[in-house]
Write a protein that binds this ligand. Sequence first.
Ligand code: ATP
Length: 235
Amino acid sequence: MEPIIKIENVTKKFPEGEGEFVALKNISLNFEKGEFSGIVGPSGSGKTTLLNIIGSLDQPSSGNAWVMDKNVAELSHKESAQLRNLHLGFIFQVYNLLPVYTVFENVEFALLLQNKSKEERRKAVMQALEWVGLENIPNKKPSKLSGGEGQRVAIARAMVKEPKIVLADEPTANLDATNAHAIIQTMKKLNEELGTTFLFSTHDEKVMQYMNRIVHLKGGEVEKDEIITAQNPKS
Ligand SMILES: Nc1ncnc2c1ncn2[C@@H]1O[C@H](COP(=O)(O)OP(=O)(O)OP(=O)(O)O)[C@@H](O)[C@H]1O
């Protein structure tokens, strides 16, 4: 089976002063369907840059990044928007909920670009809220939510389209330990039940212990690619 994400000799350069800064240096990596994997590394090592390329939010300077059989390096703006809309879910450190809308509406938003009836949307939103344990507060406004609840809404918003891949950039950075564990366990459950592929960027040891695989980046290069087996759990 083809990997769901295939990174092939990807280099990413950003302009810096007169010259350029190389954020990713000739990286090659594959991720299989259903992985629950983390990208870890020091600040500035290229984690977000790599997630942005996989998320089709940015393009490599050279090399190829295949995401669900589409080469991100060759997509037009419209095609990358379509890839994101149909197949990718995003969870960020900051939840980016729209304050004037309810929990229900914030999650429903992700479906408005899809051709679904109001009733189909209602069902999908309530299912997603159930997945994250917020089915009882669809009408609350974000300002009335705790940090953990806010991040749950963000997970529901990412999951409501039932994407093939969820990209989570430091999803627990603003949460206390109890909420961080709860959030990551919710994502792990969705990974196991729905087969969604999850790819995290994280510094958080609490997150790392749930991973099946940890890719260590350093200075834009893969320093270590670690498969975590049941016999070798992280503590
Ligand atoms: N748009 C940009 N323009 C210029 N330089 C950039 C840009 N985006 C990232 N960089 C640089 O590329 C390097 C890698 O950044 P990236 O955000 O991928 O790191 P990271 O590993 O996610 O770090 P952190 O853990 O702090 O989020 C950094 O040195 C950053 O300054």
